[in-house]
Each structure stands twice: as structure tokens, then as C-alpha cells.
Design a protein around this ligand. Structure first.
Ligand SMILES: Cc1cn([C@H]2C[C@H](O)[C@@H](COP(=O)(O)OP(=O)(O)O[C@H]3O[C@@H](C)C(=O)[C@@H](O)[C@H]3O)O2)c(=O)[nH]c1=O
Length: 187
């Protein structure tokens, strides 16, 4: 039990839904984004190596679905600090009973929700309003040669995006759709 967070399991083992508990006073609030002690079970021996922030201006924009291959596979804590996003993780773990299942949560500053996404998941999101800011806490360095992606509209995954998918980057548009040959990654 943590004073700073609710940490809940999702239907996909290892993928955790986090809720930040704000400390409010007349000035506003303080909330913790990451806590090595509270997340010790999930983080294990990993270390935080980078923290990134993005701004996405247009509503409906999708970024994703991204993951890195071993030895750069990573756990990431994904939080929304402004706006509201439909945040999605897809299980791509070889042999997983929930292989290619997806889980989504609406993340916003107001609801204080975040996803803690371990190795073996692809991640992406769709902005539900304009000007969404995301904060990523990563346990591995960015290694473009080991980056891979799933197409956000891959019919084999069937993510139920709340809005038409727009704003894909050239890289995300080029993600190939899955074939039977894809049996996942070692997590
Ligand atoms: C991810 C990343 C990108 N970059 C550079 C590469 C490029 O010039 C620019 C934008 O990169 P991208 O197009 O990959 O950005 P983006 O599409 O926002 O990538 C992100 O998407 C979400 C869904 C995630 O889960 C993140 O981990 C990350 O993959 O920033 C870094 O320098 N460091 C990084 O860690």
C-alpha cells in the first residue's frame, strides 16, 4: 500500500495502471510521478536512464505503436501532464497467453492515471484534445536500430481508437501490418 500511488494490475500480466494521489492545498497540488521505493516490485534491478517529454498539438493524432528489441527492451512509465489521451499497450511477448491483446486507459492530468509498461509491450496513444503533453520515464537508452513498431490500425490487433486515426508520422505510417510469421519478442 502506497501513500503516493494506487498500483493496480490490468488484464495483461505485468502491465500496471497507476493512479497518482495528489496532495492538495490552497495553492494547488503536489504529486509524485515516479518513486523507486513504491515501484520497487515493478522496477526490480532496472535503473531509470532517461525522461522524455512530448507535445502533440492536434486532437486525433496517434503516435505508436513502439517498442525496442533486446538488449534495449525497456520498461516505461507513461504519464499525461496536459490534455487527455487514449493510451494503449499491446502484448507482443512470445508465448504470452494474452499475445496481441491490447489494453487502453484514458490518461490525463486531472485523473492522475499512468501506465507502467514492461518489456514486451508496444505502446502508443491518441490525443483526445489539442495540446497533449506526455512524460516518459525509461529504463533503457533510445536505440533507433532496435526500435520496432506495429501499425496502429493493424486488423490483427484491432485497437478500438475513439477517433479517426490522424497525424501519423512517416515512420508510424510505414509500420508493416502483422503476418502469421510474427510470433512475438522475447521479453
Ligand atoms: C523516442 C526518442 C526519439 N528521439 C528523436 C528521434 C526523432 O528525431 C524525434 C521524434 O521521435 P519519434 O518520432 O520516435 O517520437 P514519438 O513517435 O513520439 O516516439 C515515442 O512514441 C511513444 C508512443 C512512445 O512510446 C515513446 O517511447 C516513443 O517511441 O525525437 C530521441 O532523440 N530520443 C528518443 O528517446
Amino acid at each position: 500500500m502506497s501513500e503516493r500511488f494506487d498500483i493496480d494490475e490490468t488484464p495483461l500480466s505485468g502491465l500496471m495502471l497507476i493512479r497518482r494521489k495528489q496532495r492538495r492545498d490552497e495553492r494547488g497540488y503536489l504529486e509524485r510521478i515516479y518513486d523507486a521505493h513504491d515501484f520497487r516490485e515493478q522496477i526490480g534491478q532496472r535503473t531509470i536512464v532517461q525522461i522524455n517529454r512530448t507535445l502533440t498539438q492536434e486532437r486525433g493524432t496517434v503516435r505508436g505503436m513502439h517498442f525496442q528489441l533486446s538488449p534495449y527492451a525497456e520498461l516505461k512509465l507513461v504519464s499525461c501532464l496536459r490534455g487527455s489521451v487514449f493510451d494503449v499497450a499491446v502484448d507482443v511477448r512470445q508465448g504470452s497467453p494474452t499475445f496481441l491483446h491490447w489494453y487502453a486507459a484514458t490518461l490525463s492530468a486531472e485523473n492522475g492515471l499512468a501506465l507502467l509498461i514492461p518489456e514486451g509491450f508496444a505502446h502508443g496513444f491518441q490525443t483526445l484534445v489539442e495540446n497533449c503533453e506526455m512524460l516518459y520515464v525509461h529504463t533503457e537508452t533510445y536505440e533507433p536500430s532496435h526500435e520496432r513498431g506495429l501499425h496502429p490500425e493493424d486488423p490483427r490487433i484491432g485497437i478500438n481508437w475513439p477517433q479517426p486515426v490522424t497525424g501519423l508520422s512517416p515512420r508510424d505510417l510505414a509500420h508493416p501490418k502483422l503476418t502469421d510469421a510474427f510470433d512475438g519478442v522475447k521479453a
